[in-house]
Design a protein around this ligand. Structure first.
Ligand code: ZN
Length: 228
C-alpha cells in the first residue's frame, strides 16, 4: 500500500538509497529521496536480496517512489510493488502502446480512443468498443472503460488492504482515483484536470449504507465518468 509521509508517497518497503537502507517515514528517508531525485539516482526496493530498481518523480510539492515500467513481476509476491506479469492481466496489450510511462519525467502518457471534449450533437462516449469487457478496445488506444480499469488498478483499489475495513468509503475511493490520475497525460493535457469523479455526499439523518440517503459505498467502477 502506498503511504505518504513527509511529502513522499511510496509503497511500504525497505529501500536502498546511495548505499543506505530506509523504511518509508524513517529519519533521513525524505532527504534521501529528494537527493536521489536531484542526482537522478534510482532507489532499490529490497524485497529481494538483489533489490529491484525504482524511480523517483515529483508529485505536487513532494515526491513519489514508483516501480520501473513493467517490473511489477520482478518484486517478491508479498511486496506492495508486486503485480502479476502484464501478459497475464491483459495490461500487456496496452503497455508501451496505449500506456507509456517515462521514468525520467514520472509522467505516463495515455492514448485514448474517445474524445475528451463534449461537442454539441456528439457524445463523448466511444461509439465502438466502449462496452467491451477488455481493458483495450484496439490494443493501441484505451477505451473509456479501459481507462477506468487502468485508473482503478493504479489506485490499488484492486487490492484489499486491512486498513480499508469499514473505511473504504466513496470519498476514500475518490481520493485514491484522483491521486492515481496525477502525472498522467492524455491528449496533451493533465488527466487529473479533465477527470470528473463525483464527490461523496450525505443527507442528514440518512442511513449510512443507503446509496440514496447516505455515503455511497463500494460503487461500481462505471459510476465514475469523464468531464472536460
Ligand atoms: Zn519490492
Amino acid at each position: 500500500m502506498e503511504t505518504s509521509a513527509h511529502g513522499i508517497t511510496a509503497p511500504s518497503a525497505v529501500y536502498e538509497i546511495a548505499g543506505r537502507r530506509f523504511e518509508i517515514g524513517t529519519r533521513g528517508f525524505a532527504e534521501a529521496i529528494a537527493d536521489s531525485h536531484a542526482a537522478h539516482q534510482r532507489p532499490r526496493c529490497m524485497c529481494l536480496v538483489e533489490g529491484i530498481e525504482m524511480y523517483v518523480a515529483r508529485l505536487g510539492d513532494g515526491y513519489i517512489v514508483k516501480r520501473m515500467p513493467d517490473t511489477g513481476s520482478h518484486h517478491a509476491p508479498d511486496c506492495p510493488s508486486y503485480e502479476p506479469p502484464a501478459e497475464s492481466s491483459g495490461l500487456g496489450q496496452v503497455l508501451g502502446s496505449a500506456i507509456t510511462e517515462d521514468p525520467t519525467t514520472g509522467e505516463t502518457t495515455l492514448k485514448l480512443d474517445f474524445s475528451m471534449s463534449k461537442i454539441s450533437g456528439r457524445t463523448a462516449m466511444p461509439t465502438a468498443g466502449g462496452h467491451s469487457d477488455s481493458v483495450a478496445s484496439s490494443g493501441t488506444k484505451l477505451s473509456l472503460r479501459g481507462l477506468l480499469h487502468y485508473l482503478w488498478d493504479q489506485a490499488e483499489l484492486t487490492r484489499w488492504q486491512p486498513g480499508f475495513a469499514g473505511r473504504r468509503t466513496w470519498s476514500t475511493v475518490r481520493k485514491h482515483l484522483l491521486q492515481a490520475a496525477e502525472n498522467k497525460i492524455a491528449r496533451g493535457d493533465s488527466l487529473r484536470m479533465c477527470l470528473y469523479i463525483p464527490e461523496a455526499f450525505s443527507v442528514p439523518g440518512g442511513h449510512p449504507n443507503s446509496p440514496t440517503h447516505g455515503h455511497l459505498k463500494f460503487p461500481h467502477p462505471d459510476c465514475a465518468s469523464m468531464r472536460c
